[in-house]
Design a protein around this ligand. Structure first.
Ligand SMILES: Nc1ncnc2c1ncn2[C@@H]1O[C@H](COP(=O)(O)OP(=O)(O)OP(=O)(O)O)[C@@H](O)[C@H]1O
Length: 629
């Protein structure tokens, strides 16, 4: 062990963990996180109220849409009413001129068109502005919630949520809010007009509008409730399945599972089609029911008008105008009735979107705390499980990572090595124990500071469908070309990039499909070098590399660590990788079972030879760990 290098002080502990203050709710918060396809149950009116609260910044446009809509419907009804008036006048006096009435009707028709256009323009302006706003809020919420929000959950379901679910909300914003306002205001205007002819007509109109605009939508919505909710979940599950199938196309062909996959796809699409058919049927039944109810009320009005005329309560003009106005007044309320059929689908989408927006992050964003400079990290008695009901992944783990040290974590698959790194990144909070950076509980460190001083290279490097340069710059957007190249040389990827047709401006394909696993891994490392964080957390940084690339990267790491005194925690199964470490921690059963220094002569400046590796021990640090253990 290099005397100038700090030695990690890591111990395996018994089960003497102390509950950490405030940790009890962290797991609750984690489980409150959104799971696509399993939105938290919220009542329809609550969902509508919450969706409405999003519209507040654009309420002026919405009010204008409703105003234009009311005027438009009044203009439309007035065409019939004016016609009825003209007919009544012509009936009373065949010589009476009709030109004024015809001109008025033409003007009303043109006005109706203009008003309708204005109403639709406002509605769609509001709807599409809101969809953009909601998408940005959903991305913001997912970013705040961190990896815990999406880890282990269906990517396809998220895609379905971000695309089709949000798209469906257009129905709510463009075709629900203002139609409801229009129906209410227009209904009042129509009732006042009918009441001015005969109060009994107004009473019948109130009953008719309530039945068609309020009772029927509820009945129709109830009929389509289960289908509407099922469709949204099934869309998400279908999207997940298709995405999975595309990713596993190679395996499917290799193991000849194409037919099986097709059958499963067929079964899923049949389920979806059945739910859609059920929804369509309930919508069709709803439309039929609405037409019947309207016809019944029309007949009732006809009877009432005839009765009033024969009783001398109204003249021909009044009777005709009342009947034509009433028959032509169902447009706004019947629009509400047809909404009932699609509303459940829309509300189910709204519920899923709101579940993302309202989910509490597993690790809340911290701001406003004193900035931190890195001088080591540690874990004290950490116990952690991903879900409250599952057995903990980590049990009472304590470790210390001194500044400038290289710590390797090794051990069998699934014992919690990567989880340890994720807790150091604060992707999750432990249920018990404390994770600290520079002696401070990381829950008390600004999230931005934490991201500045730490860089995490996961087992799989995620690349965007963009250029190599853009993919690297996410680690440091203002990096110069020189910095970019230096980081890539350190990660031993510069020459590979230069051999691509457009060098750093070459496209990497969707999810980095055009690169090998080893190339992606080296790009991930280049990002971490470029980021320049004090603490590098590397999860299997060499798992996809050949011996030559591994040696070159380890040399880079060692040189970088010598030069910049970076602190490194790396997880690896490879003795050839762990031997560059000052300390090797061996984990098993969610605990550290060995914490040992590297073999004599294996580390330190003196041992950093031409290859930059700190040990030439053939079995590496694992052998050392076992030997000492
Ligand atoms: N997001 C998650 N949700 C639930 N369980 C998880 C999640 N991530 C990991 N696990 C579980 O936690 C346990 C530890 O996983 P972890 O990835 O830390 O193991 P590991 O030691 O790094 O394994 P490997 O060497 O195979 O990478 C495993 O049983 C794994 O199934």
């Amino acid at each position: 062990m290099n005397a100038t290098k700090p030695q990690a002080n890591n111990t395996a502990h018994g089960n003497s963990a102390q509950p950490h203050p405030g940790s009890a709710d962290s797991i609750t918060r984690a489980t409150q996180s959104f799971r696509p396809g399993q939105p938290q149950r919220q009542g329809d009116f609550r969902v509508m109220r919450r969706l409405l609260s999003i519209v507040a910044p654009l309420s002026g446009f919405l009010a204008l849409a409703a105003f234009l809509g009311v005027l438009g419907h009044i203009a439309a009804t007035a065409i019939g009413t004016t016609g009825a008036y003209a007919v009544a006048r012509a009936y009373a006096d065949p010589a009476a001129p009709l030109a004024a009435a015809i001109t008025a009707m033409i003007c009303l028709a043109v006005l109706r068109g203009v008003l309708r256009y204005g109403e639709q323009m406002c509605n769609h302006y509001v709807a599409f502005r809101l969809l953009a706003l909601i998408r940005s809020r959903v991305f913001g919420a997912l970013r705040r919630q961190g990896p815990a929000a999406v880890d282990g959950k269906g990517a396809g379901d998220f895609i379905s949520l971000i695309t089709s679910d949000i798209e469906l909300l257009e129905v709510f914003y463009a075709h629900t809010i203002s139609p409801v306002c229009i129906a209410v205001v227009y209904g009042v205007v129509a009732c006042v007009f009918l009441g001015s002819i005969d109060p009994a007509f107004a009473i019948l109109a109130v009953c008719a509008y309530l039945a068609v605009g309020f009772v029927l939508p509820l009945v129709i919505a109830r009929m389509g409730r289960s289908a509407g909710s099922a469709i949204r979940g099934q869309h998400g599950s279908m999207a997940s399945f298709v995405l999975d199938s595309l990713r596993a196309l190679g395996e499917t062909i290799q193991y000849d599972r194409g037919r099986d996959l097709l059958e499963r796809l067929d079964a899923k699409s049949q389920h979806l089609t059945q739910s859609e058919e059920r929804l369509q049927r309930s919508q069709a039944r709803g439309q039929a029911l609405t037409s019947v109810v309207i016809a019944v009320f029309d007949l009732a009005m006809l009877a009432m008008v005839c009765f009033a005329y024969s009783a001398g309560g109204v003249d021909v003009a009044g009777a005709l105008m009342a009947f034509v106005t009433f028959v032509g007044s169902f447009g706004p309320v019947s629009a509400l009735a047809s909404l009932g059929g699609s509303l459940h689908n829309t509300l189910a989408a709204g519920r899923r979107v709101l579940a993302v927006l309202q989910a509490a992050p597993a690790t809340p964003v911290v701001t406003g705390r004193k900035p931190v400079e890195f001088d080591g990290a540690s874990m004290q008695n950490v116990t952690f499980g991903y879900t409250p009901d599952a057995l903990p992944v980590l049990r009472d783990v304590s470790l210390t990572v001194p500044e400038g040290s290289v710590t390797a974590i090794t051990g069998p698959s699934g014992v919690g090595k990567s989880t340890t790194l994720r807790l150091l990144m604060r992707f999750w909070d432990p249920q018990r124990g404390t994770v600290s950076v520079s002696g401070r509980d990381i829950r008390d460190i600004n999230t931005a500071d934490l991201r500045r001083v730490e860089a995490f290279v996961a087992q799989d490097t995620q690349l965007f469908h963009d250029t190599v340069r853009a993919n690297l710059l996410i680690a440091k957007p203002d990096a110069t070309d020189e910095e970019l190249k230096r980081a890539c040389r350190q990660a031993n990827i510069h020459d590979t990039i230069m051999a691509l047709p457009h060098g750093y401006d070459s496209q990497v394909g969707e999810l980095g499909d055009t690169l090998s696993a080893g190339e992606k891994q080296r790009l991930g490392l280049a990002r971490a070098f470029l980021h320049g964080a004090d603490l590098l957390l590397l999860d299997e940084p060499t798992s996809n590399l050949d011996a030559l690339n591994e040696a070159q990267i380890l040399r880079s790491l060692a040189q970088d660590q010598e030069r910049s005194s970076h602190t490194v925690v790396l997880v690896s199964h490879r003795p050839s990788t762990t031997r560059i470490a000052d300390t090797v921690l061996r984990m098993d059963g969610g605990a550290i079972i060995d914490a040992l220094g590297a073999p004599a002569g294996a580390t330190g400046n003196g041992a950093t030879g031409a290859t930059g590796e700190r040990s030439t021990h053939p079995e590496g640090a694992q052998a050392c760990t076992l030997g000492r253990g």
